[in-house]
Design a protein around this ligand. Structure first.
Ligand code: ZN
Length: 259
């Protein structure tokens, strides 16, 4: 029997660890040569420490990291994962370099100081795919949930690691600069093709799902509804964690703006 602490298999070569906080997912993709890519490791110190322990149990070593976007819960790391390249979009790298104190402020008092110091040391991805020995990993960049946000598609495995998009739990959460949900809509639409072909989605928060296309359509329908009517029958609206977000989305929408 496996003695993995947190990692659970999703499909061949792909594992997910789900945090006790906000159903936050860390994704591990094996390269098939003894290496592992760790995407958005999170969140508490013991949970971060369990990822390298689990990699040892699997007989692999972390060869790279990746942050899907600049938010503090997606740029964490653990010393035992090693001093490997930690990739992000060029815009995310710039944002953390230029606004480190502001972006990481929510971590102060939340996790140990040494982990805050280790957070957000990222290098830009060069080109449309990751430069690694594992299965081809295609980068899909947009500005919906955050500026310079990326999703990672492992086409051969039918897996989309979507960052904070396509969640079954979280409503569309636009970047704070998005005043009317149009940037969110444009970003979501950039994922239409990949959402149509991927078989599994691993969201930043929520459940791993086979319903990739349905999640895409639900998010689009939600945006349409709040724009047209200022309301939505999406079941996620009733979740406590989305109450404030939904109110804000309505205010930002065409309906809320009185258009
Ligand atoms: Zn986020």
């Amino acid at each position: 029997m496996s003695s993995l602490i947190r990692l659970a298999p999703v499909t061949d070569h792909v594992y997910v660890a789900t945090s006790r906080r906000y159903v936050t997912n860390s994704t591990v993709i094996l390269d098939g040569h003894g290496g592992a890519l760790v995407i958005d490791p999170s969140w508490d110190a013991d949970e971060l420490a369990a990822i390298p322990q689990d990699l040892r149990e699997l007989g692999v070593t972390c060869v790279a990291g990746l942050s899907t976007h600049m938010h503090y819960d997606h740029v964490l790391w653990h010393p035992d994962l090693g001093a490997v390249p930690r990739w992000a979009s060029a815009g995310t790298v710039d944002a953390i370099v230029n606004r480190r104190a502001e972006l990481l402020a929510p971590l102060i008092g939340d996790i140990p100081e040494e982990l805050i110091e280790l957070a957000g040391h990222l290098v830009p991805i060069q080109g449309p795919t990751l430069n690694w020995r594992g299965p081809t990993a295609v980068i899909h960049q947009h500005d919906a949930h955050a500026q310079h946000h990326i999703a990672v598609e492992i086409a051969d495995l039918g897996v989309l690691v979507s960052g904070d998009m396509l969640s079954d739990l979280e409503l569309p959460m636009p970047d704070w600069t998005d005043e009317n949900l149009e940037t969110y809509r444009a970003g979501l639409l950039l994922l239409a093709d990949v959402a149509g072909r991927a078989e599994r989605v691993v969201p930043g928060h929520g459940s791993v799902g086979f319903d990739v296309r349905e999640r895409f359509e639900a998010d689009l329908a939600y945006l349409d509804d709040v724009d047209r009517t200022g309301a939505s029958t999406d079941p996620r609206v009733k979740l406590e964690l989305n109450a404030e977000l939904h109110e804000l989305n309505v205010r930002r929408s065409a309906r809320g703006a009185g258009v």
